[in-house]
Each structure stands twice: as structure tokens, then as C-alpha cells.
Ligand binder design. Structure first.
Ligand SMILES: *Cc1c(COP(=O)(O)O)cnc(C)c1O
Length: 464
């Protein structure tokens, strides 16, 4: 077989990719016609592709490279750990230092009595753990009928059968037999798209009260938990009205429903605190973590579990786990990532420098004729593209048509900004500097201008 390297011509690499590599969340037939973009290396906030373009990665990979690319310390720790103990499991009454150290560190960083960590290889796996853990918790407490988990439409909780069922992505549910039984979805707090004439705060309350209605309808004795992202990420960085979370917390407390905060994106600094639950003032019983835990340098996720839930689960053998739960190399890398975040005060950089600067620049995009809403929490932001801001109108074209055009303009301008339908979203590395934010905004504005011209040329500036 030929040795395949970065130095091969792009077209050859693309042909091999098309021939053998099935991409996630991709129409592979269409992609193989076009050829995938090949990323060859990365440093700081920049990617380099096989054509030599320097691209500003305003998505931090997939919301994960929080400390930026190219940190040698993580590579060194991984190599050291591979030499010392590349693998051992944590199933049969054994453990190892990286898992011990990482669990202890996470317990120290997590708020309240969230002192217990069940490791997984990804966010999807961790949410699968959560489904089984909350149901088993209630069974152990003598309430086995409490098995329904309430989630939200347009939520993203992963792509396995369990976590994809928790998620509220209709396109995913349409394929492969999801959702599994006993998952119930309520509406999302997306005021811009769904709030109609209602003031945002009133709408937030109304959407939160759908949780109470669902509990009463299903019966309190049937409901195990509610799961939500503090700020919806993959759904389009949907920032809930301020009224939303306090009401959700009140309802969970009143009916003694376990609250699972999916912190896979919001965790580890993205919102300016260690966890989004702190920023949004939520007191979860379980938090899902992954992504920023290792800054994406190694695949690792987990569930941070309250003392109360963990002590009940400890009363029985929990017949659940993954070969790579607490993988020593991934754990060592995550631990080093957290050390760097603390020692370099990356949260301080977010809070005092990057987030306030980005907020000012990002919110100013509202002046662009295409932008109907500009939202940002910490280092995750979104803009809604619209043909008519006053009416908060959607485009007449299929959702995502305009977003895709805008995303293509961004790529052409060496900026990775993602589209979700016709919303554009960013989630840059937390270490981004004000100078780099200027470049991000400049390229975003230029891409919006070019998108606007293209929409006019294609006669797409029509409201639904
Ligand atoms: C990415 C994501 C997941 C899934 O994590 P994977 O590591 O891709 O399995 C779960 N929840 C949220 C909120 C996410 O953004």
C-alpha cells in the first residue's frame, strides 16, 4: 500500500478519502464529487489546509479545542503516559493514577456536591450512562416506574442510539429507529424563531412551564429526569431568556426530578466559568462533560454525579461501563489540559479580555442588513440570518440554504464559522486574542456582505 502523507497532492488525498472514508453527518456521495477540505496541521487558533491556506478556526474544532492547537505539553504527557501505562481498565476492582487524579481534579472544580465521576470515551457515551444511571437510581429507591427522561426539541446530546434519542434533532430521529421509549421532548426556549409577539421573558417562562405540564401529564411517578444544555450549542447557540432557567430549577426542585446539565460544550470555560451551570445559576444533579475536558486532544467524556445520586448507585452493582472509561492516556492529557487552564488563568482571560471584547464586536454585527439577532454568552455566539429583521422572518428557501451560502463565503475568506439552518455560530478557542478577534469579525463581516450580494443575485432575499 502507498504511504499516505500530508505531502501528497490534494486531489489524490481527496480521491482516497472519497473511496474509503465515510464522514459523519455528511452526504458522502455529494462530498465525493466535491472533495473534502484536508486539514494538515494547526497552531493556536489557526488551521492549515493541504493547499496552504491559513484558516482562523472560530469553532475550536467541534467546540472543543479550548486551549488552542499545538500545545506541546499535552503531546509530551501523552507520550510519557503511553510509555508508563498505555492502557488498563477500571472494571474489576482496579484503578490507576491518571483516572484517580483526573476524577479528584474534576470533583474539585465542579460546584456543590458534584464529587463523583463516571468516565466515558465521549459525550454521547456519557449521556448513555446518564440514561441508565438515573433510571437505575429511581429503581434502587423503590420507584422503578420513574423512567421517563424529558428533553427538548432541537437539543443535541450526542449521536448514539441513547443520546441521539435524548437529543431533539428531527433529522436524526428520522433515521435508524430513534427515539428509544420513554424519552419525552418539550419545546425549546428559542424566542427569536418561535416567540411570536410575546415578550422574551414571558416566552421564557412559558417554555419552562412546559416542563411542569409534561410532568403533570405523564405523572410524577413516571418522570426520572430532565436534561438540557445550559445554552443549546449544536441547535444554533440558542441563549434562553433570563426567566427560563430559574423556572426550570423551581420545577425540578418541586417535583424532585433529577436535573442533568449537558455541559459538553458549556463546560471548561466556554461561558466564562468552569461550568455553564454556574453562569446560568443551575444546580444539576448530574453534569455531562467531554470536548473541552481534554481540549479535544484525546477522546474522553464523563458524568459528574452528586453525592446523593452516587451514594444510591453505590448500593448495587451498576452493570455498565466502557473499555475506555478513564483511559489512562486520555485522562493524563485531560489533567494536563486542566493544569494549563488553571496556571495560565484561561478563565480570567475569557472573563476579563476575550469575552467582553468579542461580545462588543459580535453584537455590533446586528447592524448588518442580514442579521436579525446577535447573541453571545462567554465564548459561544450566534447570529440569525433573515430577509426581514423587523418581522424576525425566516427565508422562503429551505432552511439552511442561506446559512450554507454564508458558510461557503466564510471558508473562502479563511474563516471557519458553522451554520445551523440559517443561523451562523462561533465557538472559538478560549485563548483567542483581541487582535485575532478583530480578524474574525472582519472576515465574518466580509462573508456576510458577500453572502448578501449572492442572495440578491440569486433572488433569495424573500421571507417565508
Ligand atoms: C458534542 C456534544 C455531545 C456529544 O459528544 P460526542 O463526544 O460527540 O459524543 C453531547 N452533548 C452536547 C451538548 C454536545 O455538544
Amino acid at each position: 500500500m502507498t504511504v499516505i502523507t500530508n505531502h501528497m497532492p490534494t486531489a489524490e488525498l481527496q480521491a482516497l478519502d472519497a473511496a474509503h472514508h465515510m464522514h459523519p453527518f455528511t452526504a458522502n456521495g455529494e462530498l465525493s464529487q466535491k472533495g473534502a477540505r484536508i486539514i494538515t496541521r494547526a497552531d493556536g487558533v489557526h488551521l492549515t489546509d493541504s493547499e496552504g491556506h491559513q484558516i482562523l478556526d472560530a469553532m475550536a474544532g467541534l467546540w472543543c479545542v479550548n486551549i488552542g492547537y499545538g500545545r506541546d505539553e499535552l503531546a509530551e504527557v501523552a507520550a510519557r503516559q503511553m510509555r508508563e501505562l498505555p492502557y488498563y481498565n477500571t472494571f474489576f476492582q482496579t484503578t490507576h493514577v491518571p483516572a484517580i487524579a483526573l476524577a479528584a481534579k474534576i470533583a474539585e472544580l465542579a460546584p456543590g456536591d458534584l464529587n463523583n465521576v463516571f468516565f466515558a470515551g465521549s459525550g454521547s457515551e456519557a449521556n448513555d450512562t446518564n440514561i441508565r444511571m438515573v433510571r437505575h437510581y429511581w429503581a434502587l429507591k423503590g420507584k422503578p416506574t420513574k423512567s421517563v427522561i424529558i428533553s427538548r426539541k432541537n437539543a443535541y446530546h450526542g449521536s448514539s442510539v441513547g443520546s441521539g434519542s435524548l437529543g431533539g434533532m428531527s433529522g436524526m430521529h428520522a433515521q435508524g429507529g430513534m427515539p428509544i421509549p420513554d424519552i419525552h421532548h418539550i419545546n425549546q426556549p428559542n424566542w427569536w424563531a418561535e416567540g411570536g409577539d410575546m415578550p422574551a421573558e414571558e416566552f421564557g417562562l412559558q417554555r419552562a412551564r412546559e416542563l411542569e405540564e409534561a410532568i403533570l401529564e405523564l405523572g410524577e411517578d413516571r418522570v426520572a429526569a430532565f436534561i438540557a444544555e445550559p445554552v443549546q450549542g449544536a441547535g444554533g447557540v440558542i441563549v434562553p431568556p433570563d426567566s427560563y432557567w430559574p423556572e426550570i430549577q423551581r420545577i425540578c426542585d418541586k417535583y424532585e426530578i433529577l436535573l442533568i446539565a449537558d455541559e459538553v460544550i458549556c463546560g471548561f470555560g466556554r461561558t466564562g466559568n468552569w461550568f455553564g451551570s454556574e453562569t446560568l445559576n443551575i444546580r444539576p444533579d448530574i453534569m455531562t462533560i467531554a470536548k473541552g475536558l481534554s481540549s479535544g486532544y484525546a477522546p474522553i467524556g464523563g458524568s459528574i454525579v452528586s453525592d446523593e445520586v452516587a451514594s444510591v448507585i453505590a448500593g448495587d452493582e451498576f452493570n455498565h461501563g466502557y473499555t475506555y472509561s478513564g483511559h489512562p492516556v486520555a485522562s493524563a492529557v485531560a489533567l494536563e489540559n486542566l493544569r494549563i487552564m488553571e496556571e495560565e488563568n484561561i478563565l480570567g482571560h475569557v472573563r476579563d479580555v476575550a469575552a467582553p471584547y468579542l461580545k462588543e464586536k459580535w453584537e455590533a454585527l446586528i447592524d448588518h442588513p442580514l442579521v436579525g439577532e446577535a447573541k453571545i454568552v462567554g465564548m459561544m455566539g450566534s447570529i440569525a440570518l433573515t430577509p426581514n429583521k423587523e418581522a424576525r422572518a425566516a427565508f422562503a428557501s429551505d432552511a439552511g440554504t442561506v446559512g450554507y451560502i454564508c458558510r461557503e463565503r466564510c471558508f473562502a475568506n479563511n474563516l471557519v464559522m458553522r451554520h445551523v439552518g440559517d443561523r451562523m455560530i462561533i465557538s472559538p478557542p478560549l485563548v483567542i486574542t483581541p487582535e485575532q478577534i478583530d480578524v474574525l469579525i472582519e472576515r465574518a463581516a466580509k462573508s456576510l456582505d458577500e453572502c448578501y450580494s449572492e442572495l440578491k443575485a440569486q433572488d433569495l432575499l424573500h421571507s417565508a
